[in-house]
Write a protein that binds this ligand. Structure first.
Ligand code: C2O
Ligand code: CU
Length: 470
């Protein structure tokens, strides 16, 4: 059967494997079978990182670069990653979006102990499901991801569809120390007061990056006129970004590792929420340098600009940047997933109403809440294996909440009471102020899984709950 459930393959660990202490390979060679084993070593280490000429930050990295070492494997590979921690704080690696056994999810205090300075941990999983992923520390994410502990992971299809295939991770930095020292709280209060969902924590960030570089330090993408490529985008930052493409040059082909069907070129603006990943098919239309860049309406937009250059173009690199103007679709999400999880609206076994808001905690100041509680007091989503779970996410606050579910994908059936004609399957949904989404998922991967806001500040201040299997 062509069911999306099946593509996940076997996700349970063989008996005797606990917390990755013992290798799956040691326990049962049969697990490995005919599979290719891809082994990577990632060392968490401190590094002076140059964002652009004269702009340097003290970063925390996997293998000395921001983003960390790019990982590429093939569908069906057995992936083994040795994490070594050379920082003086504990870290982990979370495999964002990968459907894997709970023990490999990298959540300190839930699925493993954080990896202490000087210690190591080996992650192992089968790369069942081709698509775009990323990895990042899940220990104090608001600090560690912010300082650079993230990287890309691609699970390639057995038959590659696009010869040219590139990865771009978007992020924001506070390079200016004075701004950085301005308390995070202050920035957020300001955002909250202004009532602008976009304002939020953002005031302290003064530099935008693409693959760890800003402005003219961004490596140009090389493509000839008429060439088509797959471009994979991930937002590792706190702020939603809107990338503008030359008109008629792109179409969305996947969202959170799920392939989508979309009309060609209905829009040339790509909005990516924090934590989200979107793949597009992009065609270079002419030999003149083209630009893909942050929509110009916000501060520092010019940092986030990818030049697309052709080898046999006589124009020099320092030509004036001309960004196409943005044309957005009226409805926002304009595509559905190729393989929905449910044909018809299912009958749920579990109904969970998730109210997202901001609040004040006595003595602690601001907090971010699910159903008026902060984690770990938030009510868990209690499920049994096989349950169909319905979650209604409602944002009653004034800030954006990109909500991300670990270990599963969900189908987004409606927005503000309006059913989608073609539902989309995702693992992160950007819930903006006043919005309500209804999602469904199947409890098919036992364990304890986080469901949290991917604005990591909000998560660290309480906007987290757990999908808990009976
Ligand atoms: Cu990017 Cu809890 O995840
Ligand atoms: Cu949030």
């Amino acid at each position: 059967l062509n069911s999306p459930w099946n593509k996940r393959g076997d996700m349970t660990l063989p008996e005797g494997v606990k917390n990755g202490e013992k290798s799956i390979l040691e326990v049962g060679a049969q697990e490995q079978g005919e599979r290719n084993v891809k082994t990577f070593d990632l060392t968490a280490q401190e590094k002076e990182w140059e964002i652009s000429e004269g702009k340097t930050v003290n970063a925390w990295t996997y293998n000395g670069t921001v983003p960390g070492e790019p990982l590429r494997v093939k569908e069906g590979d057995f992936v083994k990653v040795n994490l070594k921690n050379e920082l003086n704080v504990p870290v982990t690696i979370h495999w964002h979006g990968v459907l894997l056994p709970n023990k490999m999810d990298g959540i300190p205090g839930l699925t493993q102990d954080a990896v202490q300075p000087g210690e190591s941990f080996t992650y192992e999983f089968i790369a069942n499901d081709a698509g775009t992923y990323w990895y990042h520390s899940h220990q104090h994410s608001s600090e560690q991801v912010d300082k650079g502990l993230y990287g890309s992971l691609v699970i390639e299809e057995k038959e590659k569809e696009y010869e040219k295939d590139e990865f771009f991770i978007l992020d924001e930095w506070a390079v200016d120390q004075d701004k950085r020292d301005m308390s995070n709280m202050g920035g957020m209060m300001q955002g909250a007061m202004s009532g602008d969902g976009e304002a939020d924590t953002k005031q302290m960030y003064d530099t935008f990056t693409v693959n760890g570089k800003a402005g003219s330090a961004i490596e140009p993408l090389k493509m000839e006129a008429g060439e088509t490529a797959r471009l994979r985008f991930v937002n590792a930052g706190y702020q939603a970004h809107k990338l503008v493409f030359p008109e008629g040059s792109m179409r969305v082909i996947a969202n959170d590792a799920e392939k989508v069907v979309s009309e060609k070129n209905t829009s040339n603006v790509l909005e990516i929420a924090p934590g989200e990943r979107i793949d597009v098919e992009f065609t270079k239309q002419t030999k003149e340098t083209a630009f893909i860049g942050q929509e110009q309406s916000i501060e520092n937009a010019e940092d986030m600009m990818i030049p697309v250059v052709s080898e046999n173009n006589d124009q020099a690199a320092d030509q004036e940047v001309v960004l196409a103007s943005g044309k957005e679709t009226a409805k926002g999400i304009s595509y559905g997933s190729e393989k929905p999880l449910f044909e018809d609206t299912p009958d749920p076994d579990v109904n969970y109403d998730m109210d997202l808001s901001m609040g004040m905690n006595m003595g602690e100041g601001m907090s971010f809440q699910i159903n008026d509680k902060t984690f770990p007091e938030t009510p868990p989503i209690q499920v049994k294996e096989g349950d169909i779970v319905k979650v209604t996410l409602r944002n009653t606050g004034r800030m954006n909440h990109p909500m991300h579910l670990h270990g599963h994908r969900f189908q987004v059936n409606s927005k503000n009471g309006e059913e989608f004609e073609n539902p989309i399957v995702k693992d992160l949904i950007h819930v903006k102020p006043g919005e309500e989404y209804v999602i469904y998922f199947k409890a098919d991967n036992a364990g304890e899984w986080l469901f949290h806001c991917h604005d990591n500040n909000h998560a660290d201040m309480g906007m987290v709950t757990i999908v808990d299997y009976e």
